[in-house]
Design a protein around this ligand. Structure first.
Ligand code: FAD
Ligand code: SF4
Ligand code: SF4
Length: 1002
């Protein structure tokens, strides 16, 4: 947190206490005032960080009314917030933060005749559009953060979508805003004609606004840039329109448009009425491949003559980083011709598919005329387009996945220049960056001249000085080209200082007059738009020069993040070359740039705990922020192993979805393992955790005396006792032990000439041995000579089966996990050395050979093993693709299989192979259940404290899908805990893919 002078701390502390006590008495919402809670709301997707007074998550708008009254009394500022994805520091400040996203997110009214929808401010754009889709309409301001940003935030920032050339910005699509002002006045801001008769404060306010506008009529025309993309300052030009696209069809004044883009500085939005558009019937996408960035920029002005709905730039950095991301690589590859330096994504939309396809021909012809023949990849199908737009939307985040000290910094990322100057502007900026020893990352809404360029700066070192110098030089060019300094993302802390520069001192004073009319006490989001601080005030930075990571000895190897960086060349040094006192762990945490992509609810699995709780605390971002603040000493001494940090990680199920889906690669599952390791070193482990962790050690006894170990579920009262004494939920049955383990009857002979090694994990060996038998049978039927993995002859515990160590990892017992892992590595080394593939059944076990084993310091043998380890279905699918699989299969009585992928399968892109091998069964239709985590997640769902949340996760999509299955449908799930959750929640027996194939053997 920011260090405040002691005198102010007393004052701030008193204000904080008074505010939290009053709120606790008077509102129903959630009151979050702990240092961890404040820390999680101290940042947005900008470079800033300011400790808020506290956070209120209002349950109703009445809570907000009460909070505003209390804040007025206590002179406490207020910042309304949606998803907190602003890039300029709009939602950061020493204020009471109102998080509207959790409860105030309903559609209030849909009027298809009027083509309007009225919504609460916390509704997420994608969720609104999902609800509108069945009606054939949508809200077309399609910002890149559509999956998480809220309509309240979009209105606050006057957001703009990729298709603004066709639909305009937020201001062009808002019809009315109901708002609450800081003095308690409430009213509907709408067409001025309807407001003038108002005899209350609202009518007087409108009259005063009119007076200001009349006074500044000439100045508005002189100073407000005549470009579509201009979102700085207040939209005073509604009274003398300067936008190239009219604000209203008849140029009449609508006062809602003054609130749009006001960044919460004028009032708090209660509800917004939006204009809807018909869904376009057809869309096609042409991807133009360019040999240079300049060539792309030069072409933009020609391409817009074809009337596309979007023209978006993807630069070389984004292509390269995207190709390095497992989720994005295949999508990008489909759009490339050779090795281009830049792409323009050109979309055409409209009622006629033939007309759109013709546009693609015209695009190809145009590019030929411009000297770039054969450079257009056509993507006429919706699924291809969606995938590529997904990557483009994640563009900024992909840029941010750059490792090392410097990061692309947003401050001139938003300038918009007329299209004819785009190419020159790009080249001149490049020169400026080089002069300052750095380079930029680029992407652009090329159709409207908005260039999202971010120079790479290290804010801890000389970022502030370079930021100022670059901003001044860039702004001079923007002025020369008569462009706008703030073209999309707004002003916030980074650009409010530039308002006077952009609009002149006279209009800047007029903006102050407007603020004073609306918010005389200056309580609403102070310091934004008017009376701003300096953009390079280092005390407001998240990474200020005094920022320090505390020395820390991690248990896992985080060296891959600990690298030096050359910002000019955009290259990084080898693993371990950096100077992170936390040996790379600090740098790994700092990869989270707060963009909020983890708040999504669409396809994909991230982040299941947030999907259920909607709490910032239970979000990948919230966790990364908590860890960063703790590791940098901002949450007090020894905070890393504090209860506050433990709470924020408690509901992380370790699903690894963030590892794959977080665009900057924040791997919270691994971070949780690191945390648990540090935690147990300080606090020890509970009996329950130790029991779970040591399962591989006592499992042999359980198999010898299953009647005893199963007694917990058969003896009355035992389950209750296990909950009271140990914390296992009495509402769960536990897995059943049995005598007939797989390894007790599997072939024990050593095959020197084996084709494949079968690794039977603890769960499939002891609990569901039929899966391991099925895998052995299937592999043998396909003609492979199978060696069943057993401990090496020199293993001190050679009578105890191998185990990947996952149960130890889940308790943070890293040293024990490493011992288990080394046994596996050493037992399999002779086979790996001969190139024999290792095949496993349980996704979380086998895939740890490809993940955790690599960061445990196990050396080259572990690296080699990782390359040769496959899930059973991955191995078969690979063999099939290579034309080597000879598996005789017959049709089953069932014709449909519903497939639930284990989270780790999803994280390693290993669900497709299950679909592929099930597809080999004649006549079997495979339907994938679009699910996030099943909620069981190893031992998580068995714990009494997690039972309810675990079931809620399952109810999000998995259990309803299973319940909708017909009695003859197969339910396939490779994860042991997933199968258990499905039985518990839907009373259906799911099975491992190996068993389905075994039954289908001809
Ligand atoms: C990776 C990335 C890509 C982005 N791409 C785009 C893009 O394509 N186009 C674009 O325009 N922006 C983009 N942005 C910026 C940002 O996502 C948008 O401005 C978004 O609309 C903000 O929504 P939010 O819910 O996160 O709002 P927040 O950041 O929470 O708030 C935004 C502003 O609105 C105010 N506000 C919120 N709720 C209320 C309320 N109830 N009453 C009054 N004021 C309120 C806040 O005080 C703040 O000033 C991007 C950001 C990131 C990180
Ligand atoms: S965890 Fe990843 S997805 Fe979430 S905010 Fe941080 S960088 Fe974005
Ligand atoms: S591992 Fe899963 S639950 Fe944990 S933060 Fe990542 S996505 Fe969320």
């Amino acid at each position: 947190m920011d260090t405040l002078a002691p005198r102010i701390i007393v004052h701030a502390g008193q204000q904080r206490n008074a505010l939290s006590q009053r709120l606790a008495r008077e509102v129903q919402g959630e009151i979050l005032f702990s240092s961890g809670d404040r820390g999680r709301y101290a940042t947005d997707a900008s470079i800033y960080q300011v400790d808020p007074i506290g956070v209120l998550v209002p349950k109703t708008f009445d809570d907000i009314r009460i909070a505003v009254d209390i804040c007025r009394e206590l002179k406490a500022p207020i910042i309304a917030r949606g998803a907190g994805t602003s890039q300029c520091g709009q939602t950061v400040g020493h204020a009471l933060i109102l998080d509207n996203s959790k409860y105030l997110n309903q559609i209030v009214d849909l009027n298809l005749d009027a083509m309007t929808v009225t919504v609460e401010p916390g509704i997420v754009l994608d969720q609104l559009n999902a609800a509108l889709r069945p009606h054939g309409v949508w809200f077309p301001v399609d910002v890149s953060t559509a999956a998480q940003c809220t309509l309240g935030g979009m209105a606050g920032n006057n957001s703009c979508g990729s298709r603004s050339i066709a639909y305009g910005n937020m201001v062009h699509n808002v019809q009315a805003i109901d708002a609450l002002l800081s003095d308690g006045t409430e009213g509907c801001f709408q067409a001025m004609a309807q407001m003038l008769d108002d005899t209350s404060r609202l009518g007087a306010l409108v009259q005063s606004l009119r007076d200001i506008a009349t006074r500044e009529h000439e100045e508005i025309a002189r100073q407000v840039p005549n470009v579509l993309r201009r979102v700085g300052g207040y939209n005073l030009d509604i009274f003398n329109p300067q936008s190239v696209r009219p604000y209203t069809p008849d140029n009449s004044v609508n006062l809602a448009h003054l609130l749009v883009g006001s960044e919460g500085t004028l009032g708090i939005t209660r509800q917004i009425t939006l204009k809807l558009s018909p869904l376009p019937a057809n869309k096609v996408l042409g991807v133009v491949n360019f040999p240079s960035l300049r060539a792309a920029m030069e072409s933009a002005k020609h391409i817009v003559t074809l009337e596309p709905t979007a023209v978006e730039l993807v630069d070389h950095t984004m292509i390269t980083l995207g190709l390095g991301n497992p989720a994005f690589a295949p999508v990008i590859r489909q759009a490339l011709i050779g090795e281009p330096s830049a792409l323009l994504l050109v979309e055409f939309a409209g009622p006629s598919r033939d007309a759109q396809l013709h546009k693609l021909d015209q695009l190809a012809d145009l590019m030929g005329d411009l000297g770039h023949p054969g450079c257009v990849v056509r993507l006429p199908e919706a699924h291809q387009q969606q995938a590529l737009w997904g990557v483009r939307k994640a563009g900024l985040n992909i840029m941010m996945s750059m490792r090392g000290d410097g990061k692309p910094v947003s401050f001139i990322e938003d300038c918009a220049v007329p299209l004819e100057h785009l190419a020159d502007y790009t080249s001149r900026l490049t020169e400026i960056f080089h002069k300052h020893g750095t380079s930029g990352t680029w992407y652009a809404h090329a159709s409207v001249g908005t260039l999202h360029v971010r120079p790479i700066l290290d804010m801890r070192v000389d970022g502030a000085e370079k930021m100022r110098a670059i901003a001044e030089e860039a702004s001079a060019i923007v002025r020369e080209y008569k462009g706008a300094y703030s073209g999309e993302h707004g002003d916030g802390l980074v650009r409010s200082e530039w308002i006077s520069w952009q609009f002149g001192p006279r209009l800047a004073r007029a903006f102050e007059d407007i603020k004073a009319l609306f918010d005389p006490a200056g309580l609403m989001n102070p310091g934004k738009i008017v009376h701003p601080p300096k953009m390079d005030d280092v005390s407001l930075f998240r990474f200020k020069p005094s920022y320090q990571v505390l020395p820390f000895q991690p248990g896992l190897d985080w060296g891959a993040w600990n690298v030096t960086q050359n910002p000019r060349e955009q290259t990084s040094g080898p693993a371990g070359s950096g100077n992170d006192p936390a040996k790379g762990f600090g740098k790994a945490i700092e990869m989270c740039n707060n963009n909020g992509h983890c708040r999504k609810f669409d396809a994909g699995a991230m982040c299941p705990s947030y999907r259920v709780t909607r709490d910032e605390q239970h979000l990948t971002r919230g966790r990364a922020n908590t860890l960063r603040l703790a590791l940098s000493g901002q949450m007090g001494p020894n905070a890393f192993v504090s209860e506050e940090v433990r709470r924020s990680l408690d509901l992380c199920v370790g699903c690894k979805a963030c590892k794959r889906e977080c665009p900057t690669g924040v791997d919270m599952a691994r971070m949780k393992t690191e945390f648990l390791y540090q935690w147990q070193k300080q606090h020890g482990t509970t009996l329950k955790d130790r029991l779970i962790a040591t399962m591989p050690k006592w499992a042999g006894w359980a198999a010898r005396m299953p009647w005893l170990f199963n007694a917990r579920d058969t003896v009355p009262g035992a389950a209750w006792l296990s909950e009271k004494l140990l914390g296992f939920s009495a509402r769960r049955t536990l897995p059943r032990w049995r005598r007939d383990t797989f390894l007790s009857s599997a072939p024990a002979d050593h095959h020197d000439d084996a084709d494949v090694v079968l690794f039977a994990d603890t769960f499939n060996n002891y609990l569901e041995s039929e899966n391991a038998h099925a895998a052995l049978t299937v592999l043998s039927a396909a003609g492979y000579k199978v060696h069943v993995a057993r401990p090496a002859s020199h293993d001190a515990e050679r009578n105890r089966p191998l185990c990947c160590g996952r149960t130890y990892l889940s308790a943070g017992l890293l040293d024990e996990a490493k011992k288990e892992a080394s046994r596996v590595v050493s037992a399999l080394q002779p086979f790996v050395a001969r190139g024999v593939p290792v095949v496993g059944l349980e996704p979380s076990c086998l895939l740890s050979l490809r993940d955790e084993f690599l960061v445990m310091g196990l050396g080259e043998d572990a690296q080699a093993l990782a390359k040769q380890s496959f899930l059973f279905e991955e191995f078969l699918a690979k063999e099939h693709q290579a034309g080597r699989l000879n598996l005789p299969l017959k049709a089953l009585p069932q014709t449909r299989a519903l497939l639930h992928g284990h989270c780790h399968q999803k994280a390693f892109d290993a669900v497709r192979p299950v679909q592929q091998v099930l597809g080999l069964v004649p006549g079997l239709q495979v339907q994938l259940i679009e699910s996030s985590c099943c909620g069981m997640a190893g031992a998580f769902g068995y714990e009494a404290s997690h039972f309810d949340i675990s079931m809620k996760m399952a109810e999000l999509s998995l259990l309803p899908a299973v319940r909708s299955a017909g009695p003859d449908d197969l339910i396939v799930a490779d994860g042991t805990s997933c199968r258990h959750q499905i039985v518990d929640g839907a009373q259906r027996q799911a099975e491992h893919v190996a068993r389905v194939l075994e039954r289908a053997l001809a």
